[in-house]
Design a protein around this ligand. Sequence first.
Ligand SMILES: C[S@@+](CC[C@H](N)C(=O)[O-])C[C@H]1O[C@@H](n2cnc3c(N)ncnc32)[C@H](O)[C@@H]1O
Length: 258
Amino acid sequence: MTTRTRDGSAARVGQGDADSGCPSHRGPDERIARLVAEALGDARTVLNVGAGAGSYESAARAVTAVEPSESMRARRPTRLAPAIDAVAEDLPFADGAFDAAMTLFSVHQWSDVRAGLREMRRVTRGPVVVLTFDPALVRDFWLYRYAPEVLDIEARRHPPVEELAAALGGTWTVQTVPIPLDCTDGFNEAYYGRPEMLLDPAARQACSAWSFADDRVRERFDRTLRHDLAAGIWDGEFGHLRVRPVYEGSLVIVRATP
Ligand SMILES: C[S@@+](CC[C@H](N)C(=O)[O-])C[C@H]1O[C@@H](n2cnc3c(N)ncnc32)[C@H](O)[C@@H]1O
């Protein structure tokens, strides 16, 4: 069952602030946006579920945004259409109402992922596109050395891609999204070659998994990463990432057609 929090968010009770994953360090990255656009194909009418402040919404398409959090709806720029207050699990649209649908960095916050994706499938004639992290891969990132608790949380929160695909049905693909070295959307892996960025508490706060970790985890992370950077230990092992143009980590696009 969907549980609404005080500001209208549909995040699960006990998962903390549903908005904490979307503050100022998070903005669309144009290269990732291009892949999302490609996955949507030539769709004109697009549903965006868990739309937040509207990152990755393109003016070239007729976008209908759904966002249950009042504070996130309020953050939408005026050039974008206002978002409808609804949840993925109960979409207020007719069957096949949209050419395509997308949900970006959102499914891990839903109270019933299967129901939400089934709803997206119901209201969409063409592709349903899910941008998310593959929980089977999140621990492969160097951050696991310094803050395993945070990536354990991330892995637990994100539904397995097979579960997403099964809920969507039809024909589906899973595509790894190459993350650019200067990625402008500040999720953890965006800093694969810029480890110093994660020493900034504001950058960490933009990735909601950090808000579920306790102070002890954050303090140990800060101390050990600072030490390893100063001693050249991080660079000895991971320094090649500083010049790698793209990183293929756990960010994926699951795309399903009927
Ligand atoms: C991390 S933000 C991502 C926002 C936006 N898609 C982006 O990429 O910037 C996740 C969003 O999902 C929304 N959300 C949480 N539970 C939801 C649900 N059950 N149905 C629809 N949206 C939900 C949250 O309110 C939040 O705005």
